[in-house]
Write a protein that binds this ligand. Sequence first.
Ligand code: DP6
Length: 325
Amino acid sequence: MKKTAIAHSNIAFIKYWGKKDELLKLPENSSISMNLSNMYTTTTVEFNSQLKNDTVLFDGQTDRNVTHRVSEHLDRIRKIAKSTHFANVVTQNTFPSDTGLSSSASGFAALTLASLQALGVRKSAKELSIISRLGSGSACRSIPDGFVQWLESDQSDESYAYSLYPPSYWGIADIVAIVSTGKKDIPTTTGMVTTQTSPFWPLRKQLLPQKIEKIKTYLKIRDFEKFGELVESEALEMHAIMLTSKPSLIYWQSGTLEVMKNVKKWRDEGISCYFTINTGQDVHILCQKKDVDVVVSKLATLSLLQKTIINWPSRGSYLTNAHLF
Ligand code: DP6
């Protein structure tokens, strides 16, 4: 049975950076995110008893590393479904992969939903989130809709994401400023291993629970300025941990800094916008609907800007009949 799923990427307002269990991908802390409307993965999966191994076509290419990571996840799915069949997988992103735009989040969420369904296994949203997490931590946040919290726990079956608010709750935009399509040199999973080596980690860890509560309050009252200030300072704090880990991690490029500095300048000029950055060079700029046009036109004047993607809060993962093969 062939099944196809779509999953949207997500941007974390309070970040996941550090695991307490590498294998189970149990995060050090809870995180809060929003699904992104125009950045998504479509994945079609078909299991077949005649196949001798899994085949994976990703954005029209085959790549040994991608096939290996997909196959590892399919092993988890086969175990759950008690199947021994290999699969043909075709997957496509609407945005660049491996540049820090969280393609593993949408990728593993779509793969989880499509492959379980292809084997005739139905799971609850909570179970789908947990299984997606085993593929890539942030993928668990791409299962539920809209604004999402991923719960920290020592137990695998209690570390999952759920929806705090539906996409229609708050019309804020996440404008992605792409400043280079170069692949990041250190993958997220590798980079995250050294989180706890930063001398600032113990303080971050201690203060994170309060931060989670604060961001939830700002979401609840929809106070965009307080929300944006906290999101931006959280991104800088995560990067401070990266910069001071051993070995240090520097994901920013010249274009990243150009956008960061200008966002602050535009704010001084009265435009309410704030940045956040993941593991890569590209920058997410958050603003309200009324400011999208002005932010996009300001971004277009920057020398290192290549492209922008405008996103709105989105649903999570779902099935479609638009198969890729
Ligand atoms: C910086 O979920 O990609 O984007 O669990 O090792 O696959 P693995 O990592 P991943 O990490 C995302 C890290 C981040 C912050 C975030 O999205 O919360």
